[in-house]
Write a protein that binds this ligand. Structure first.
Ligand code: 5GP
Ligand code: MN
Length: 339
């Protein structure tokens, strides 16, 4: 069922030079940014003018990525800046998302834009708003798809060290360092091909996993000792970060990345959640093992989605009610969780 036809993409990008806008999902991660930067570099080699727009800020641990200075974040105080660029584009790539809601405030602008639209994504569900899709829900990452696309279009020569670092970062972060069950021999082959481009994996590792702030480390210690609840009978553990915690630890974008995995790392735990209250919003990150479909549950209970073992959503209720809802969900799914 994947739709991965490079010729269809080639027809969209050739022959004339175009104004291209690449848009990521909101709260962009290493894959959304890495895949977008890699794609942008490739398209610039093809003489296109390319802008990358993110609906919200990216984590600081991605600042080192080559080309990051060309990424522009939507500013709600100056909305027209991004909206005009989108309305004037000839071609829009939606990278690492396939549902307009994931582009938040930019979703409407994408829908209304006269540009042709292309989705490059590996999430389970995509909506029917694009002219062309390059989509494979079995792929580890959008970065892996961008690599396949560039190679299929004969662009290996354009993959220099900098482009390779961007794609490697996307694959590395979305596979949790090549450990998620969707990691395939092909993912390793692609990583090997990227390594041949002289990328420095120790440097990349330090930037991504060895550059935390002291406040993030203190927040981690605090939440593990004070905000972790284990529902042992349901093989579930969850962490709550209250607005006051976020304020006290001066929480920055990206500081909570990976924290949910500590809850999942407990012996016998098959479902984990991070429930975070920040800036008047409540977001949830869900993680699971095996066949527990958190993407379906995120959609059912928290207006969200994602992958089978890693999904997220939002809640418009109070923190207490959201926690209660999550516990109700866990209890309702007891038979699946206890298998
Ligand atoms: P995270 O928990 O790291 O924020 O997200 C995990 C996965 O779930 C990612 O693949 C992300 O794209 C997806 N995801 C996170 N939040 C949402 C959401 O609100 N809606 C949808 N549809 N997917 C989400
Ligand atoms: Mn991804």
């Amino acid at each position: 069922m994947p739709i991965q036809d490079p010729i269809a993409i080639q027809q969209e990008i050739e022959p004339a030079a175009k104004q291209i806008v690449i848009i990521t999902h909101t709260r962009p991660d290493g894959d959304a940014i890495g895949a977008s930067l890699g794609l942008a570099t490739f398209l610039r080699h093809k003489s296109h003018t390319v802008k990358i727009i993110t609906p919200s800020a990216h984590p600081a641990f991605l600042n080192w990525l080559p080309g990051m200075e060309s990424v522009c974040c939507y500013n709600p105080n100056k909305p027209t800046e991004a909206l005009e660029v989108i309305s004037q584009a000839d071609l829009i790539f939606c990278v690492d998302f396939g549902c307009l809601q994931r582009a938040e405030q930019l979703g409407d602008a994408i829908k209304k834009a006269s540009a042709r639209k292309i989705i490059i994504d590996h999430h389970q569900e995509i909506e029917d708003f694009a002219d062309t899709v390059f989509w494979n829900p079995q792929a580890t990452s959008s970065a892996e798809l961008v690599y396949e696309l560039i190679i299929a279009l004969g662009g290996d020569q354009y993959i220099d060290t900098e482009l390779a670092e961007c794609l490697y970062t996307g694959i590395l972060t979305d596979t949790l360092c090549f450990t998620t069950p969707n990691t395939t021999p092909r993912s390793h082959v692609i990583a090997a091909e990227l390594l041949k481009k002289d990328i420095d994996i120790a440097k990349i590792n330090t930037f991504i996993y060895g550059s935390h702030s002291l406040s993030r480390l203190k927040l981690l210690g605090f939440v593990l000792s004070k905000r972790l609840t284990v529902m042992k009978a349901h093989k579930t553990a969850y962490i709550v970060i209250k607005a006051a915690d976020a304020k006290y630890f001066n929480l920055q974008t990206g500081d909570t990345e990976g924290i949910v995995n500590y809850a999942l790392s407990l012996k016998g735990i098959v479902l984990a959640a991070l429930i975070k209250e920040k800036d008047g919003k409540i977001s949830l990150s869900l993680r699971s093992t095996g066949d527990i479909p958190v993407n379906i549950w995120a959609k059912e209970y928290f207006n969200g989605g994602g992958h089978k073992n890693a999904a997220g959503g939002v809640s418009h209720l109070s923190l207490e009610e959201t926690v209660r809802n999550f516990e109700d969900l866990v209890k309702a799914k007891h038979s699946i969780l206890s298998q």
